[in-house]
Design a protein around this ligand. Structure first.
Ligand code: NAG
Ligand code: NAG
Ligand code: NAG
Ligand code: NAG
Length: 186
């Protein structure tokens, strides 16, 4: 529960920062957008761009579950697509998703309730690189692991196995157990 509270607080903080930066620097953003247009990065580290997908926290019946749950996440002021794909790829997660400019979510499963949106729904530049896109408000720039990384062998199977188990339990037992599972994983 502590971990889920922290994650929720981080998300709220990210929303608050995004909103305040929008309201305080709209003229800067407007002038920047005339010279720099952020684009969806194609992917790296074995991942390919899969499209813009919806977050699920606000959809009825999900108990606030994330589109990419049961894995791990990080957020910070240096977030880029490559940094996120490295972070998720270190544990061989199937999916990596960037949200709110700065959040990186990793999971082996994409929620069946997450639907593909139009590209324009993922329009926030990454905090660590303003020429590439890092999702949007409740939307994910989704990346899918489509080729094995060079040099990835059986050396990290312990981490892989516990990730898979954590995800399975999360989907069976719900958000309360997810918090405990995440807590022990971290
Ligand atoms: C910034 O993003 C662009 C587009 O993905 C990429 O080509 C470039 O290498 C990135 N630069 C840095 C410093 O990460
Ligand atoms: C996207 O998710 C939000 C809640 O997170 C929901 O209200 C909305 O209906 C969803 N939109 C689509 C197109 O699935
Ligand atoms: C996606 O963009 C459309 C058109 O701007 C908008 O109506 C819709 O609310 C957006 N959906 C999300 C989940 O941001
Ligand atoms: C991700 O890649 C896997 C394996 O190629 C594929 O089965 C799955 O449909 C892809 N998911 C998305 C959301 O594109």
């Amino acid at each position: 529960m502590l971990v889920s509270t922290i994650v929720s607080a981080l998300s709220l903080f990210a929303v608050a920062s995004a909103q305040s930066s929008i309201s305080t620097s709209s003229s800067a953003a407007a002038s920047a957008s005339t010279s720099v247009a952020a684009v969806a990065a194609t992917g790296s580290n074995g991942y390919s761009y899969a499209g813009c997908y919806n977050e699920t926290t606000g959809i009825a019946g999900t108990n606030g579950d994330r589109a990419l749950s049961g894995g791990k996440m990080e957020t910070g002021d240096t977030t880029t697509v490559a940094v996120c794909l490295q972070y998720c790829g270190d544990s061989n997660y199937q999916y990596a998703g960037l949200e709110y400019s700065k959040e990186c979510w990793c999971s082996n499963y994409l929620s069946a309730l997450s639907t593909q949106l139009s590209a324009s729904n993922c329009s926030l530049a990454c905090v660590g690189n303003n020429t590439e896109l890092c999702g949007g408000y409740l939307t994910l720039s989704l990346y899918n692991l489509t080729s094995k990384k060079a040099g990835s062998s059986g050396s990290s199977t312990k981490g892989d196995a516990s990730s898979v188990a954590a995800s399975s339990w999360t989907f069976v037992l719900g958000a309360g157990v997810m918090a405990l599972t995440l807590g022990s994983a971290l």
